[in-house]
Design a protein around this ligand. Structure first.
Ligand SMILES: O=C(O)CCC(=O)C(=O)O
Ligand SMILES: [Fe+2]
Length: 361
């Protein structure tokens, strides 16, 4: 169950070359490496194949070149997103002992509250190496992980209704909304890869996703300047797509794979950041990039002559996965005589659970 297949040489290379320094002033920008901004309403409301195809090509090019896109015209109302953010903030405001009663405890379930320091995201797949990193430089964040609520085996860990009234209902409905958007974006991916538009439909319909609420508390800047320390260390995501909703604080950075420099993914109001994950890169024979990203300290506020505070930040990530029993083997249009398939087939469950088991303490 915990077996994991990973590109070991790729991982080792990244670990050797990765720049672990994490303060925003390290960022050098490169104007040729830009996250494209795509108006997805042109796909959702398209009246012809040609209109759909134009957007699909933009989406696929974004994932090929950068691995990240900004989506506007996604159809999720601002009030829906605001409501999810305010309910998330209310959950994190609960006392630590209350949050501990719904603690995350099993990578197969991947549900519940994760306190600061428990997770250390990294590219390494080596449990010992990750444990050492976690001890030295844990991620400065707390999270709440939510899965499909009707899972036959794993139950979500809900706080008592009276502690955050409406939380469960808001999150279940947000989960459904994100699932629906992801399904349409995957249709654009299919078209852009010259597959039938509905190619992925029956491979991604069981909602094996993970809705993650993130809270990055205000922190003294000096604590984030330690070598290797970040709000979230450099990593790629594990699944197919991640829908990322961020507030206006900033700090998310994306690695330019050519220069290895990290560049800011500045919050743009009304947009959702979407990135391709490792499983989609693998499924597509590396036609898509699963780009490294991290969360660093944005501009800090001075609290004394020697110390400054980095403001708190909130985000919500919806990690999209294929059905757990979907066999991830090279997509038919991503291989030919000159591009043999690089990876052995693996099921979603084998891959994702293995990665999660290594990441948490
Ligand atoms: O909080 C963010 O902006 C990014 C979080 C992230 O990359 C993750 O949880 O995988
Ligand atoms: Fe991520």
């Amino acid at each position: 169950m915990f077996a994991i297949t990973i590109r070991r040489s790729f991982v080792n290379n990244i670990l050797k070359t990765r720049n672990l320094s994490t303060l925003a002033q390290d960022v050098r920008s490169d104007s040729t490496f830009r996250i494209p901004l795509i108006d997805f309403s042109n796909f959702r409301n398209a009246k012809s194949y040609g209109e759909k195809r134009r957007v699909a090509d933009e989406v696929v090019n974004g994932f090929k070149e950068v691995g990240f896109v900004y989506l506007t015209g996604h159809g999720i109302p601002k009030e829906t997103i605001d409501q999810a953010f305010s309910q998330s903030a209310a959950l994190f405001r609960l006392p630590a002992q209350t949050k501990e009663t719904i603690a995350w405890d099993d990578p197969r379930a991947n549900r519940g509250y994760v306190k600061i320091g428990r997770e250390r995201v990294t590219q390494s797949a080596d449990a010992e190496e990750i444990a050492a990193l976690r001890a030295q430089a844990p991620d400065f964040k707390e999270t709440m992980e939510i899965g499909r609520d009707w899972d036959p085996v794993w139950k979500n860990k809900w706080s008592q209704e009276k502690s955050v009234p409406g939380f469960k209902q808001t999150m279940l409905s947000f989960f459904q909304t994100c699932h629906e958007l992801h399904s349409i974006v995957m249709r654009s991916v299919a078209l852009g890869l010259n597959l039938d538009e509905n190619f992925f439909d029956d491979k991604i319909d069981e909602q094996c996703h993970n809705l993650r609420l993130l809270s990055y508390p205000a922190v003294q800047r000096s604590l984030l300047s330690k070598e290797g320390q970040a709000r979230a260390g450099a990593h790629s995501d594990y699944g197919t797509l991640t829908l990322l909703f961020q507030d206006s604080v900033g700090g998310l950075e994306v690695q330019n794979p050519h220069t290895k420099h990290f560049q800011p993914a500045t919050p743009i109001p009304g947009t959702i950041v979407i990135n391709a994950g490792d499983l989609l890169a693998r499924w597509s024979n590396d036609v898509f990039r699963s780009t490294l990203h991290r969360v660093v300290a944005p501009a800090a506020q001075k609290i004394s002559n020697t110390e400054s505070m980095t403001p708190s930040r909130q985000s919500i990530a919806f990690f999209c996965n294929p059905n757990f029993d979907t066999n991830i083997e090279c997509l038919p249009t991503c291989t030919d005589a000159l591009r043999p398939s690089k990876y052995d087939p693996v099921t979603t469950e084998q891959y994702i659970v293995g990665r999660l088991a290594a990441t948490y303490s």
